[in-house]
Design a protein around this ligand. Structure first.
Ligand code: PLP
Length: 453
């Protein structure tokens, strides 16, 4: 019998030319891109066909929390696929049941069940549908400077320019508000405490003018991800929870990026002891070894659908292989103390080293973050805080950022850049020595950014 994979190209040139001919890429003008073909990956590194090895300071799309080719996770997936490669969601399945039990337990005692999806956008789609049906109210409030996914409904929730290209064709009933961002306060605040107070007042006013009785949910990223790793100032999340309680509004925490170890906890909200009504997750739940996401549903919301049909489903939701990999990933995280590693890297290595880097470089306006979730904000001038590149519609990097990224890559580190920021988001399993290696490269590459100040 012939090997059914024999047709997969082995030469870089062939991979590249087939990609250009037949793969329609996301977020790209198809004729203007030339993606780097990747040959292999291991731990915190991936390697191209020329043998160049890159320390991955992006964790791909901030999802490879467990690192590449984790041997125990690979073995678990191989074991499970040999047993049951697929089963549709209307049957019960051992891996799915256990994944749902574990994830619900990690979320906390007020949660009952998990509605599985294939990724983060679908999770948010279903969370807002559940909230609308549960409350009987139409509107959803979402923050500017947020990303909630790119499917038809949730691209409208997304508060950054990635939404623009689809407007005005997104779904109705979404209202945006400003969240806290002390470094570039929309409220002219001078302190984080003032930022909390003013951001909450703004949200209260938004609820008032929209009409509390029309609002089903407030969705937010507890730590804003691609829009700059914005850690909420003290009291903000608790204040939002309180406003929701006052007005019968549900709180949806989008933990797609912040959850499963990225912030050094299972869920970012655990840092602030805030309990949402719905939590959405994807990415780090199994590091994307098999696509998986979901909505963790509180007992209160789940009970709405005890005797009422939930109108929604997906052929591949709760896919047994994806769920088996989630079970294995969670067990590996516990066994190998990966949350502890993420916390240690944040408090003892990345945080202090980035502070030193900020002091040295005129282009570094602010560093912020926690766990293995950090942003370095680049400016033309530390005093005026003028961003190194302007906020633009396409999200495409402008010259200084491209030059900075090229300098990182030439030295063997793959950065994650977005507008005027570079994010430091390696896998949660990265060692201290590897993180120091990447930070040393970042430090050198910032000389390029400094030359634009
Ligand atoms: N929510 C957040 C906070 C995200 O960061 C992302 C993806 O980056 C999504 C939702 C969308 O997830 P997906 O790309 O799996 O649909």
């Amino acid at each position: 019998m012939s090997n059914p994979l024999a047709g997969i190209p082995t030469q870089e040139s062939e991979v590249r030319s087939l990609d250009r001919a037949h793969v329609f890429h996301s977020w790209s003008a198809q004729a203007k891109i030339d993606p780097l073909p990747i040959a292999s990956a291991q731990g915190s590194y991936f390697t191209d066909y020329e043998g160049n090895r890159y320390l991955d300071f992006s964790s791909q799309l901030v999802n490879v929390n467990i690192g590449y080719q984790h041997p125990r996770l690979i073995a678990a997936i191989q074991e499970y696929v040999a047993k049951l490669a697929t089963i549709q969601p209307a049957f019960a399945n051992d891996a799915r049941s256990e994944a749902a039990r574990l994830i619900t337990e990690l979320a906390g005692p007020s949660f009952r069940s998990v509605f599985f999806t294939n990724g983060g956008a679908e999770a948010n789609e279903n969370a807002i549908r559940m909230a609308r049906l549960h409350t009987g109210r139409p509107k959803v409030l979402a923050a500017y400077r947020s990303y909630h996914g790119a499917t038809h409904g949730v691209i409208g929730l997304t508060g950054d320019p990635r939404r623009w290209g689809t407007e005005p064709f997104t779904v109705p009933g979404i209202v945006h508000f400003w969240g806290p961002y002390p470094y570039r306060s929309a409220f002219y605040s001078q302190t984080p405490e003032q930022e909390t107070e003013r951001a909450l007042q703004h949200l209260r006013d938004t609820i008032m003018v929209e009409g509390a009785g029309t609002i089903a949910a407030i969705i937010l990223e507890p730590v804003v991800g691609t829009n700059g790793v914005l850690v909420p100032p003290p009291g903000y999340l608790a204040g939002v929870r309180q406003l929701c309680d006052e007005h019968g509004i549900l709180l949806i925490a989008d933990e797609v990026m912040a959850g499963f170890g990225r912030c050094g906890e299972w869920f970012a909200v655990h840092h602030w002891d805030v309990v949402p009504d719905l939590i959405t997750f994807a990415k780090g739940v199994n590091s994307g070894y098999v696509p998986l996401g979901g909505v963790i549903v509180s007992d209160v919301v789940a009970s709405t659908f005890d005797d009422r049909v939930y109108p929604g489903g997906l052929t591949y939701q709760g896919h047994p292989l994806a769920c088996a990999s989630a079970v294995a990933s969670i067990e590996i995280f516990k066994d190998e103390k990966i949350l502890e590693n993420a916390r240690f890297l944040g408090t003892d290595v990345i945080g202090p080293e980035l502070e030193k880097i900020a002091d040295k470089h005129p282009s570094v306006g602010e560093v912020r973050g926690l766990g293995v979730f950090w942003a370095v904000e680049l400016v033309k001038d530390k005093t005026t805080r003028e961003p190194l590149v302007p906020y633009n519609a396409s999200g495409a990097a402008a010259t200084p950022m491209n030059d900075f990224a090229a300098a990182c890559k030439a030295r063997g580190m793959w950065p994650m850049t977005h507008f005027n920021r570079t994010h430091v988001v390696p896998p949660c399993t990265t060692t201290e020595a590897e993180v120091r290696e990447g930070l040393a490269i970042l430090d050198e590459a910032l000389d390029v950014a400094d030359s634009f100040c």
